[in-house]
Design a protein around this ligand. Structure first.
Ligand code: BG6
Length: 487
């Protein structure tokens, strides 16, 4: 089977500054740099972000390798902790300006579109300690100042900007479920942080409208959209799935695209006594500064059932899971290494949801991918990792995206997480996602089989896949429990 994608489709991959650059010459520490300093055991194998994949030093060679596998676009993020010298004044660091200019120019020289994100979980630790990070509206203003500097400095060459990556993960990780520093469990603060981030995004968009020098420029936000599928059609499960969707998807999506939060959500938060503090002026600012484009990160679906009334979520502080529980779908296909269900058809559901409920806004898959540990298992005699499972994973997701496009959804690209195996938050280098592997001891980088395969796709915009993958997708692999046996 051959599927045509639009000729100008973005074929690319995404990383972030804190996960790739390393801390070289960086003026400030972010929350993860700091957390690693005080508690290295919280990180897989005690590997921290100090070197990451050395992008600060090897960006030219790295971008050349990305070119070699055919990428026409590449997302990374500008680190607040690198670019800004004085966090209150918003003055810039000259070495950082030189570095980001060089990265952008190198991308352009290689005919690769640089896509820039402004926040990827990397709150400066000073602002976390002094003001509580996103708990504070003063920090919202400092972030908008940083964003304005980015547009002013790089907006002549960067046309595609994103204000945040996965804001919900900050809320969940740092304020509810304890996987991001500062590891607080505080429902009321979590809800305020969600609002403050939506406000920060709108303020950055306002700054973009004022200061961006490039008429071709456009701005958006990157959201992890995990469609909620109820365990059964019973009323309790449907109600649970509805709240999960409101919290996990619609809260940020509605604010970004429609300029307002879902009434159903704010009613519930109000009734529970946790609704955020917001002024009329702030709500107006959110209403006026909506996005031009949307990035969607999708890894796995969210299977939902009614909450277990005896669960801890009712005993402690307010948690959104008071309204829903997760559910292990019988017969599901799993990436057992990461513990995530594989359900490519969700891409189609996302595409149609955006088409039907969000004005068919232009969007792209800003992250999708398969984290697999110990990929050395798949090394062949030539020293190449044969990651056929990743190729199949991408094929299946693209198949469902193409169906969405054929039915009118406005999807303009696909980015894999990630070009080169990179460091990740608590998981460090446990889950490998890249088209290119990285030996973290030597920093030797080698293209995997998926990278060579992707080149053909990126050059032709034609997806070739075995017919059975598309036609029997829902019956294959149901019994499979390991990544390598997906094929
Ligand atoms: C995405 C994040 O949600 O998942 C990335 O945007 C992250 O920053 C990626 O690295 C994979 O996560 P992990 O923990 O499996 O490496």
């Amino acid at each position: 089977m051959k599927i045509d994608f639009p000729k100008d489709f973005w074929w690319g991959a995404a990383t972030s500054g804190p996960q790739s650059e390393g801390r070289f010459n960086k003026r400030h520490a972010n929350v993860f740099d700091y957390w690693y300093e005080i508690e290295p055991a919280a990180f897989y194998d005690q590997v921290g972000p100090d070197t990451a994949s050395n992008f600060y030093n090897s960006f030219k060679e790295d971008i050349a390798m990305m070119k070699e596998i055919g990428l026409n676009s590449f997302r990374t993020s500008i680190q607040w902790t690198r670019l800004i010298d004085d966090l209150e004044e918003g003055t810039v660091n000259e070495d950082a300006v030189r570095f980001y200019n060089a990265v952008i120019d190198e991308c352009l020289a290689q005919e690769m579109r640089p896509v820039m994100n402004l926040f990827h979980f990397d709150m400066p630790i000073e602002l976390q300690h002094k003001y509580g990070g996103w708990e504070s509206k003063h920090v919202v203003d400092l972030y908008a100042k940083f964003a304005a500097q980015c547009f002013r400095l790089f907006g002549d060459r960067v046309t595609d900007w994103f204000t945040f990556n996965e804001p919900l993960v900050v809320v969940d990780g740092a304020y509810l479920y304890q996987f991001h520093y500062p590891n607080i469990v505080d429902g009321k603060k979590a809800v305020q942080v969600a609002f403050n981030i939506a406000l920060a995004s709108a303020k950055a968009i306002a700054a973009f409208r004022d200061t961006n020098p490039n008429p071709a420029g456009r701005i958006g936000i990157i959201l992890n959209l995990t469609p909620s599928y109820p365990a059964t059609e019973k009323q309790d499960d449907l109600v649970a799935a509805r709240f999960a969707d409101l919290w996990m998807n619609e809260m940020f999506l509605d604010a970004a695209v429609k300029g307002k939060f879902p009434q159903e959500l704010t009613d519930t938060l109000m009734q529970d006594g946790v609704l955020w503090q917001a002024t009329e002026g702030e709500l107006e600012l959110i209403a006026k500064n909506t996005i031009d484009v949307l990035g969607v990160n999708f890894y796995h679906p969210n299977r939902v059932q009614r909450p277990d009334v005896s669960s801890d979520s009712l005993a402690v502080d307010w948690l959104p899971t008071k309204y829903f529980d997760g559910f292990a779908m019988p017969g599901r296909r799993m990436n057992v290494d990461k513990g995530w269900e594989i359900y490519p058809q969700a891409m189609y559901d996302i595409a149609l949801n955006i088409r039907d409920n969000y004005g068919n806004i232009p969007w792209f898959v800003s992250e999708n991918g398969m984290g697999v540990s110990n990929e050395e298992r798949y090394l062949n005699e030539e020293g190449v990792i044969e990651d056929d499972y990743r190729i199949q994973f991408i094929q299946e997701h693209l198949y469902w995206i193409s169906k969405g496009i054929a039915e009118g959804s406005n999807c303009f690209g696909y980015h894999l997480w990630t070009p080169i195996d990179c460091w990740s938050w608590g998981n460090a280098y446990r889950n490998r996602y890249g088209f290119i592997s990285n030996n973290i001891h030597t920093q030797v980088k080698t293209i995997k089989k998926s990278g060579h395969w992707f080149k053909g796709l990126a050059e032709t915009s034609i997806l070739e896949m075995p017919d059975w993958l598309a036609t029997k997708w829902d019956t294959i692999g149901l019994e499979l429990e390991t990544a390598q046996t997906m094929i």
